[in-house]
Ligand binder design. Structure first.
Ligand code: HEC
Ligand code: HEC
Ligand code: HEC
Ligand code: HEC
Ligand code: HEC
Length: 242
């Protein structure tokens, strides 16, 4: 997104902010001094009122609770996040702040510290804390399972197989769209793989699914399967081209 392209939206958002208060009024020696000189958001820093609203000026009158957050405050500028056929549940509810904290770590797209940008991660119990603040880590804890995840072939846990590796496990975002996707189960159509947008080729079936990604032959998984597990995916070093 180019700043120039959305500048009118920013101006409109600020105008529409109505009773909401400006940055200078909020950040003084006595109030929110910690935010002085700090960027709240990458690029253009929106006024406090772009996200917080206080129509009755309650806050100014001494109410200690922070002014309410505007519904859809982030999506009014970032509507591209909503373009998918299937949306991740907190995105549907426009609860962006459950993952992004505008007053948090600016280096990492407003994500909690420690959320890695990498596609391959040496897995440990701290990895993907963000996802496991809502989901059960069980989904990748056991090599064999009959319940902890639907991503399994018979009893073979394919989340464990792909992600739970101390040497270059696969990141969630290698398969899932963080905000949404045009295939079920938030399965991304394509993922960035170096300079290559690698197709994932996911298709869902009644009891499983299949993938035809660039990094291995098309594979089927079936929760009702009794057969032996598929061989593990090839080592990342050999995955580059296809
Ligand atoms: C880009 C949107 C955005 C802008 C701009 C913004 N805030 Fe916030 N603010 C939020 C969100 C979202 C939360 C809730 C964070 C959470 O619950 O994790 C929040 C929470 C707060 C809180 C509660 C304490 C905290 O840190 O969680 C205070 C106080 C606050 N904001 C003050 C301000 C002030 C003062 C400004 C202007 C200088 C400002 N905010 C600008 C989005 C914004
Ligand atoms: C008034 C418009 C506006 C609002 C409201 C707004 N943003 Fe932004 N956001 C922008 C602009 C402009 C940029 C800079 C875009 C760029 O440089 O490509 C940006 C950048 C970002 C980035 C970094 C993108 C990157 O690639 O590093 C994130 C993450 C982000 N915003 C999240 C949020 C969240 C979460 C909220 C709500 C709490 C929010 N924004 C509210 C306009 C807005
Ligand atoms: C379930 C957690 C989650 C929710 C909810 C969420 N995001 Fe994100 N968002 C992420 C992650 C993770 C990334 C970084 C992806 C990466 O590492 O490339 C991201 C990246 C971004 C970026 C940077 C550009 C990009 O797509 O990488 C923007 C802008 C953004 N989010 C806006 C939003 C807005 C607006 C909402 C609410 C409508 C929202 N996000 C809700 C997890 C979330
Ligand atoms: C704020 C809470 C929250 C966070 C954080 C979160 N999710 Fe979710 N996610 C949900 C909810 C709610 C659902 C829908 C109910 C369910 O399936 O558990 C969901 C569903 C999913 C689904 C299944 C979608 C479907 O169609 O069945 C996937 C895949 C997923 N999340 C991946 C992730 C990944 C990857 C992360 C980390 C980047 C993450 N989630 C972080 C709340 C969250
Ligand atoms: C190799 C691709 C791949 C990776 C990597 C991956 N997933 Fe999944 N995930 C899937 C598939 C495929 C499904 C759909 C299973 C089904 O319903 O058939 C799924 C389903 C899910 C679900 C729905 C509940 C369940 O377990 O069936 C959640 C939540 C989820 N994944 C979270 C995550 C998180 C969090 C990560 C990173 C720690 C991750 N996934 C990494 C492919 C992947």
């Amino acid at each position: 997104m180019k700043v120039v392209k959305i500048l009118p939206i920013i101006l409109a958002a600020l105008l529409l902010a109505g009773h909401s208060v400006a940055r200078a009024a909020c950040v003084t020696a006595d109030c929110h001094a910690g935010l002085a000189g700090k960027s709240i958001h990458p690029g253009e820093t929106p006024d406090c009122g772009a996200c917080h609203i206080d129509t009755e000026d309650k806050h100014a009158k001494g109410d200690k609770a922070p002014p309410a957050l505007k519904g859809g405050m982030c999506a009014s500028c970032h509507d591209d996040v909503l373009k998918y056929q299937y949306l991740h549940s907190p995105v549907t509810a426009k609860n962006c702040h459950l993952c992004h904290n505008p007053h948090g770590d600016l280096e990492r797209k407003l994500l909690p510290a420690g959320y890695s940008d990498q596609l391959f991660i040496n897995y440990d119990k701290e990895s993907y804390k963000l996802c496991f603040s809502c989901h059960k880590r069980d989904l990748l804890m056991f090599p064999d399972t009959s319940y902890s995840t639907e991503f399994r072939n018979g009893m073979v846990n394919l989340h464990y197989l792909h992600v739970n590796k101390t040497n270059r496990g696969r990141s969630c975002k290698l398969c899932h769209g963080m905000h949404g996707a045009d295939q079920p189960k938030l399965m991304a159509d394509r993922v960035s793989f170096g300079n290559w947008r690698m197709p994932v080729g996911f298709a869902k079936t009644e009891t499983g699914g299949s993938c035809a990604p660039g990094c291995h032959e098309p594979r089927l998984y079936d929760r009702k399967a009794k057969s032996a597990p598929p061989p593990p995916p090839r080592a990342p070093a050999a995955e580059k081209t296809k």
